[in-house]
Design a protein around this ligand. Sequence first.
Ligand SMILES: NC(=O)c1ccc[n+]([C@@H]2O[C@H](COP(=O)([O-])OP(=O)(O)OC[C@H]3O[C@@H](n4cnc5c(N)ncnc54)[C@H](O)[C@@H]3O)[C@@H](O)[C@H]2O)c1
Length: 366
Amino acid sequence: MKVRFGIIGGGLMGRELASAMARWFMLTNFPSQVELVAVADIAPRVLEWFRQVPSVDLLTTEYRELLARDDVDAVYVAVPHDLHEQVYVDTLAAGKDLLAEKPFGIDLRAALRIQSAIGERFVRCSSEFPFFPAAQGVYEFVSSEEIGDLLEVNSAFLHSSDLDLTKPINWKRQSVHCGEAGVMNDLGLHVLHVPLRMGYRPTNVFAQLQNVVRERPDGAGGRAPCDTWDNATVHANLEGGGIMRLETKRLAPGETNTWSIEVKGTRGGAKFSTKEPKTLWTSRGGSAQWSREDIGHKSVIPVATGGIFEFGFPDALLQMLAAFVAERNGHLEGRFGCATVDEALDAHRVWTAALESQRSHKAVPL
Ligand SMILES: NC(=O)c1ccc[n+]([C@@H]2O[C@H](COP(=O)([O-])OP(=O)(O)OC[C@H]3O[C@@H](n4cnc5c(N)ncnc54)[C@H](O)[C@@H]3O)[C@@H](O)[C@H]2O)c1
């Protein structure tokens, strides 16, 4: 079965998803095919890049033209957060399935309005890091209940490029486009996807949010206000015991796109960081020892890539897109799937409570 895709928003992520589609032949015995047929972006220079993709026969600055086409089955939308609600709702109203980008609406209210427009459509939200093989290793280790009673979950996504104070402002650093939750909107679903899938539900949230860089060059010789939260550290108590620390940071010295997850219990634990992309750490039987194992290219959806080779960001995106297509077409067969709409909404609930906690300096119940 072939799924014909459109992309709305051909920036950083639109190009990444186009590239994932172009590598489809690496999937082994995968019954569904994909084809990128149309791309919409308001910037003509962004559209030019997609002329390299032979299957694309519509490049348009008007996304509704893409949605009007009968030969588009599903749409990947990667636009600034303030546009999510309108573009997602229009996509669903046009009868298309949707691979949405996080945070799935600029805030919880927008996310709920998108949810109410879904109807019969198949909708998932982008979150690719759990598809790293060693992240899957953590998930499987924890699911097998080898950790005993849960002690703590630490989940983080860290960047450092904002430490460069000469970096010009962009939409991700402006509340009006990124949302009041700032860095939590940007990086938050990435840190909550796996804990939520593991069944860890916060009962209350205490947040420490920092807006350190308050203005940036505007790219035209002047200065512009930078009014989003740069760093967020959010502490939660979990249903059934255990605590969770969630970190989303743009000002984290020494870190470039470092995604990590660590789960510890009374009988052991497991951890993974993209800093060591092939390494799964586990501790068993309540011992004082952590063991490391090199995990090769052991992917959720089998691929032709040699099993000894390292896994990277483009591989994770290919896996995520393949999981979307497999689930849509009914052949995911119990394997790890993309973030669901409920998970995206739960993430918004946590960040909404975190904002309230920052205002009140108190733990906020969920
Ligand atoms: N999954 C991930 O790892 C990941 C990484 C980065 C960003 N994102 C998410 O992807 C989305 C886009 O982020 P990005 O980094 O690609 O941003 P970007 O700024 O690089 O690209 C956004 C594109 O949207 C286009 N656009 C703006 N308004 C439009 C409209 N009305 N119609 C069509 N196109 C329009 C812009 O011209 C731009 O090319 C956001 O939701 C962001 O949170 C996800």
